[in-house]
Ligand binder design. Structure first.
Ligand code: ADP
Ligand code: GLC
Length: 476
């Protein structure tokens, strides 16, 4: 039973949704019985689900939250939506224009407790697979409040870290509201820098830990990438595995993609030119850019993603004849930085602020080069989509970016990597890519090598499957 705050297509803010939207099917294909528990946000109201529990009381602290549970079956996977209008019936997943919701600890405590109840009543889980801090309380409740419950005697828990930068940190005073006894406020349990961390709770109480690439599994054990948890993660290294994400080629494939203006493949590339021409038109960039490299960015605007490096190098880069399309939203300072670029380079940089899945596909298809200069990147999916779309990635060699892209110096290169987290390093590498773009033969060869890479879920799901069956032989 997976517990998550996101799953495509019902709730998405980033890659977590893509993973929880696809991994369950891949596991089901391997013969596992898989259920997914997610909140019924406003966006999921039209999911074709049936109500299977009308009133499930979830007691937390002094309060009781009556949730209902909706079930949807598709392929081998059952999705359970936890409904509570007051807590989840909102447009935003974690916040709105005023910031993070003030009751997120309660919302995800309710989700976690509901998952445990669903396992008791509807789908007996051998393994809870918990994703990120929002599901961190599942292992905590199972190993504390429910420790003596015979229902869960053989239940095992796995927590996957999709991003150590989001820790579910709350003031100690909130513990009572989510039924956590003060005895858990200890440095070796939930306490973290004078607050509580729900992610830490999940990591402490889970039987096994995973993260979404091998390189990131190593990196988070170092002070530079450990967000203060590196010591703890080093201590648990024997239970920590890196399993790189797969991608869903039924959604991300230029041969079948319904969002792009022309289809293409490794054996018939012409359509990519049409995609580029249409993208330039859609974004209001000059037709002249057809003869020059077009850089693409699709991203949450977060510090993690390394956009300060773009600010550092922009003046230099746009002295040359290169173009850039950007789609993203998030932190205001990055929105402003990109807006500023469109003001200074109106014929070279085009920006759309917002979340737009179809446009994300059109940028993957229409751009020549995809930029991901991340400071850290647990896995990253866009660079893998880019490979399939023949859009050569320029990435910083960190986490999953390093694991999935073969460097320009290798004979089998699929992209460009740089190490130093500086604008200069990004500039040099982007320039090298733009130079190579002019050599059509070498460039096309690189595109084709990327397009032939296979990151389908089957391989990664098999790794999860081995982990699950090792933990709980009857999960096989
Ligand atoms: P992260 O999960 O850290 O945001 P990933 O690369 O793993 O990074 O996944 C990002 C996912 O979100 C991709 O599917 C990407 O296409 C999508 N995405 C990010 N920002 C936007 C946006 N503004 N509009 C549409 N899709 C977006
Ligand atoms: C996180 C990470 C991203 C990863 C995604 C799915 O949001 O930032 O690198 O691909 O989760 O695991």
């Amino acid at each position: 039973m997976m517990v998550s705050s996101e799953a495509s297509p019902w709730a998405k803010s980033g890659g977590l949704a893509d993973v929880v939207g696809a991994l369950p099917d891949a596991l089901a294909r391997l013969g596992h019985a898989v259920a997914v528990v997610i909140p019924r946000y406003m966006n999921a109201y039209d999911a074709p689900a049936t109500r299977v529990i009308g009133r499930l009381p979830i007691a937390l602290g002094q309060a009781v939250y009556d949730v209902s549970v909706w079930e949807m079956r598709s392929g081998g996977v059952t999705t359970y939506f936890v409904e509570h209008g007051g807590l989840f019936g909102r447009a935003g997943l974690y916040g709105d224009q005023y910031g993070e919701f003030g009751d997120n600890h309660i919302r995800f405590a309710v989700l976690s407790k509901a998952a445990i109840e669903i396992s008791r009543h509807l789908f007996q889980a051998d393994i809870f697979h918990c994703h990120d801090w929002q599901a961190g309380l599942v292992p905590v409740y199972l190993k504390t409040a429910s420790a003596v419950d015979p229902n869960f005697l053989h239940t095992r828990t796995v927590t996957t870290i999709h991003n150590l930068g989001y820790q579910g940190s709350f003031p100690r005073q909130k513990m009572a509201e989510i039924s956590l006894p003060d005895s858990l406020y200890r440095p070796d349990l939930l306490e973290f820098w004078g607050r509580i961390s729900l992610l830490k709770g999940g990591l402490v109480y889970s039987d096994e830990l995973t993260t979404v690439s091998k390189k990131y599994a190593e990196e988070i054990q170092t002070p530079e990438y450990g967000f203060g948890m590196d010591g703890f993660l080093r201590a648990r290294r024997a239970s920590l595995t890196g399993i790189v994400n797969g991608v869903d080629y039924s959604r991300w494939n230029p041969e079948t993609d319904t969002a792009i203006p022309a289809h293409y493949s490794a054996t018939a590339l012409e359509g990519k030119q049409t995609c580029k021409r249409e993208l330039l038109r859609e974004m209001g960039l000059p037709e002249a850019a057809m003869n020059r490299p077009l850089l693409g960015i699709v991203s949450r605007f977060a510090t993690q993603k390394g956009f300060d490096l773009i600010a550092d190098m922009a003046w230099e880069l746009f002295r040359e004849d290169v173009y850039m399309v950007v789609l993203g939203n998030g932190e205001q300072r990055y929105e402003e930085m990109f807006r500023w670029l469109t003001i200074h380079f109106p014929n070279k940089v085009a920006l759309r602020i917002g979340y737009n899945d179809a446009l994300a596909h059109r940028i993957e298809a229409g751009a020549d080069i995809f930029l991901m200069p991340s400071h850290y990147e647990p896995c990253g999916l866009n660079q893998i989509y880019s490979l399939r779309y023949g859009t050569v990635p320029v990435v910083r060699a960190t986490g999953g970016l390093d694991d999935t892209i073969v460097d320009q110096n290798q004979p089998e290169s699929t992209g460009y990597k740089f190490n130093d987290y500086t604008g200069n390093a990004l500039l040099g590498t982007t320039r090298a890519a733009c130079r190579e773009w002019e050599d059509r033969k070498a460039w096309t060869a690189m595109m084709l090598r990327g397009m032939k890479q296979d990151f389908s879920w089957a391989t990664s799901a098999a790794e999860y499957s081995r982990l699950f069956t090792r933990l709980h032989p009857s999960a096989a």
